[in-house]
Design a protein around this ligand. Sequence first.
Ligand code: KPL
Length: 302
Amino acid sequence: MDLNLKITVLGAGAIGSLWAVALKQQQHNVQVWTRSPDSEYSVNYQDLNGNTHPFLFTANSVNHLSQSDLLLVTVKSFQVEVALAPIIKQIPDSCLIVIMHNGIGSHEAVKTLFPNHCVFYATTSQAALKTDEKLQHTGNGQTFIGSLSSTQSGYNVISEVFNQALSPCYWQDDIMEPLWKKLAINCAINPLTAIHQCTNGELANEDYQAQLIQICNEVTLVMRAEGYKVKNGELYQQALTVINATADNYSSMNRDVFYQRQTEIDYITGYLIHRAKKFDIAVPVNTQLWQTITSMESSYHA
Ligand code: KPL
């Protein structure tokens, strides 16, 4: 496939910058939409082999946005609506929109914002770290992309564009399934690493196993009620795999708490609790974690 798309990446965090670089490397015409008014955005990109390459992007060009074929939204879950609202009128009707964030729960607002656009959701386990000095691609992982509305299913050209940029990327007819699987991993790892201010790898310690199993068992019940087939112990095993594969990393929620920023707890554990209520399923361990993170957040400015 030889497509040259005009692309806007909304959100210049680690994941947004990583995809911006990877899509630009495929000769797409990529700009980055940032929070600053600057007309250029530069990153020093370090690939998986440790080689560094400088990249310069156009930034915040309304002209580029109004001609974009694809808008990739990589801001945090709770920023999606706020980040899109001011630019919505500049997004052409033909522009495909891909939303990629941790957790679930922005889709109702997104559907209201874009009643006529093709909207896709994506989840990735590509790992990246962004500091003032560089953007580092720290780990390869899978990406899944799909539509929330069944009428758009099979529209997998978009997943091929992503697959060429950062492989593997798979089209998923039911994107909610990989979103739930990622949510399960985030329910297990993020709150515990934030509360105990530890690396992902430290959760492999025996002391955390009973709690990890309880968290995963509760998620299993809710996922089954949602209609997904989940084997006993499957989510716990997957969480352990990610804990070991990302042992030296600090989770995103760990960093958010460390820097006293808003966390994505309402879109991770909060979304689980919200769905559990609908099915009348008790999720006491996750509820306790949600309460602890929420009170940590409200103590920042106390
Ligand atoms: O997605 C992550 C996060 O930090 O938010 C995990 C999978 C836990 C990796 O750190």
